[in-house]
Every structure is written in C-alpha cells, then in structure tokens.
Write a protein that binds this ligand. Sequence first.
Ligand code: NZQ
Ligand code: ZN
Length: 395
Amino acid sequence: MNDFQYYAPTQVVFCRGAENRAGELVRQYGGTKALLHYGGGSVRRSGLLDRVKASLDASGVAYAELGGVVPNPRLSKVHEGIALCRAEGVDFLLAVGGGSVIDSCKAIGYGMKYDGEVWDFYEKKATPRSSMPIGAVLTIAAAGSEMSDSSVITNEENGKKRGVNSDLCRCRFALMNPELTFTLPPYQTASGCADIISHTMERYFSGGETVEPTDSIAEGLMRAVIDAAPKAVQNPEDYDARACIMWASSLSHNNLTGSGRGGNGRVGDWACHQLEHELSGMFDVTHGAGLAAIFGAWARYVMPSAPGRFARFARNVMDVREPDDEAAARAGIAAYEAFLRGIGMPVCLRELGLELTEQQLDQLAWNCSFADTRTIGSIRVLTREDMREIYRLAR
Ligand code: NZQ
Ligand code: ZN
C-alpha cells in the first residue's frame, strides 16, 4: 500500500429535514452574512429556498441572494457573485443545489481572496492561497462536490472547462436530505449515478497495485449504486435508493476510494473525466451522460494494459463468471454498458446527441491535450493521438 493522507473535513448532517439546520450550521462556522447561491429554479419550485431562508432568519444570519447558476457553471456568474459578495460584505457562501452551484461557490470563494482574475486558478497561472468558508444544502447526488476538493468552471468565452483542486475549498458542512432529490428528473438521476460510479472507477482503474480495503470499498460502492440507480429512476420517491445514491456520491469523491493508491490519495486515472470535460466545454452536455458515452470506448482502448484489473471489476462488480481474464474484462465492460442503457444513459456520442465531424475530433483532442502539451490517464498514458482515437471510437 502506498503512503497517503486522507483529509475529509466536511461535517455531514444526513437526515430528513437537514436543510432546516442551515442557519445553525452557518453560525457554527462563523457566518453572519451569507451568499445564498442557487440554480435555475428547482429550489424555488420545491419550496426548499423558503425553508433555508427561514432557517437563516431563525438563526439571525443575514443573506444576499444569487440564483441562475446553470449546469456546467459559467465564469460570468462567478464574476457576478464576487462583485455581489464584495458589495454586500458577505462572510459565508451557502450553496443550495448540486455540483454546479457548489463549484460556483468555490470559485467565488477563491475570487474573493484574490486581487487578480479568478480564471487564473483554472488556467493554472496561479495557485489559490485562501478561500471563504462554504456550506452546502445538497439537492442532487452526482458530482460529489459537497466533500471534494475540486471546483470545475466553464469559461463561456472560449468553451474551456477547467478544474482546480485544493483543500481550501472543502465545504465546512453538507446538509444531506435524500428527500430533496425526489424531484430530480430520471435523466438527472441517471447522469448522477453514472458520475458517482465514474468517480470510483477513476481511482479503481488507476493502474496502482491492489489495496484490498480500498478496492473492496470501491467495489461495494459501485455495486450499491448499480443496485439503487434503477430503483430511483423507476420510483423517484424510493427513500432508501435515494439515500444510498446520495451517500455514495460523497464517498466516491472524497478520496476514500483513492486511499493507499498513491502519494496523497489523489491518485487516479481521470482520463474519462478529462475527455468528458472537453465535451461539456464545447457542447454543454450533461457531465454524467458524457461520461457514460465515453466509457466504453475508453475502457476497450485501455483494457489490454490491465486486463486483470478489468477482470476483477467484471467478476466483483458485474457478476461475470468467465475464467479467462480478457474475456471477463470484455464481458464486464459490456455488462456495465447494459446497466447504463437500462437507466437511460447513452453509451456512445451519437446517443448523447453529438454527430462529430473529423475536424471536431481534432479540436477535442487538441483541447484535451492542452494544445499537445500534456498526456492524460495513468492505467494507460494517453497522447493527443490516443485521445482522438477514443473520441472516434466513441462516436
Ligand atoms: O438549476 P436547477 O433548476 O436547480 O436544476 C438543476 C440542474 O438543471 C437540476 N436539479 C438539481 N437538483 C434538483 C434538480 N432538479 C429537480 N430537483 C432537484 N432536487 O439538476 C440539474 C443539474 O444540476 P448540477 O448542479 O449541474 O448537477 P451536478 O451535481 O451533476 O453537477 C454537475 C457539475 O459538477 C461538475 C460537472 O463537471 C458539472 O459542471 N463536477 C464537479 C466535481 C467536483 N466539484 O468535485 C466533480 C465532477 O467530476 C464534476 O466534474
Ligand atoms: Zn464527475
């Protein structure tokens, strides 16, 4: 097992009605005036926003409001948030939503503590040194941002979607009420599940040695989501399925499943995520669905580099009974694709609604390789030519 550090400082309150503790928790972490940040309207329609406001009022926490965060959250909204927080003297950021809203808060937090342009951090021209305290009321189980060290923002001026990783942005608390996810449409539910499983896979298929406790946790998490996903898609108010998916979203992306697999627990392959982020950046696709569409092409391309690992996944997660490793590996990939199809996810780019031209394949590979200056992946290191080939195979 490799040496590692595991740091998961977020206080989790996981129960029905958790959102009613927002005011108390903001106070506990020193907030007196919060930015109430949310998305395009689901929190208004559900009445959640009013409950959170009532909770803030009850605890004497003042607030400023900024809605309108869209999936694949935009840099312009981050700028708006920074300006508003400065004008209003906000000292705490409260995200009421999913990964997009939380990530937008994280970017605002960095920007508030920086004199320059916040995009510098996402372009890797600067490293964040400070941030603001953030809390989350989670409304969708998917990105895992409620416990992750990551923030992903899209610069709509150039179609680039980029991430920053730093412990500075970790949420102080996450309020998780599975009932809040009952209103999620099936497509969002399924996309979330694809993303959650992918967060585990990115670490599981990293090419590192076997780390039995970590690998077993990862396999258990993947099995749990594969079991719960169709239940939540078919019956949106299945509390146990929703709860399972919600907790798995956090555990899949708080680095638990990376522990022992690399230097600081952040080890992972992340090729599928890097390939997908270019799709989201250029075509504004739903992140989890984009991952589903790229998975099969990526897995078949890299599998010969680690057939034993893919065979283990096939046997322990997908219940494949096939003695030969390569045959088991292929059957496992196909079985996982069948699962994705079963919950309404695309398994190729055409099913995602993209008919890519040769020129677009070139562009995607160019962007994903940062203009041919980086490789991605660790189970198999991928060059720009490999990236292009995977996009082509995913068509
Ligand atoms: O905007 P509203 O009206 O709230 O609608 C949202 C949005 O359209 C809707 N929704 C959320 N909760 C709902 C609901 N609709 C009904 N009922 C509810 N309870 O769902 C849609 C998607 O929301 P979003 O926040 O975009 O979803 P998700 O959590 O999947 O976040 C996706 C973003 O996170 C990034 C992705 O790239 C993408 O930009 N990621 C962030 C990560 C991180 N910070 O650690 C890691 C991930 O790998 C990922 O890259
Ligand atoms: Zn993801």
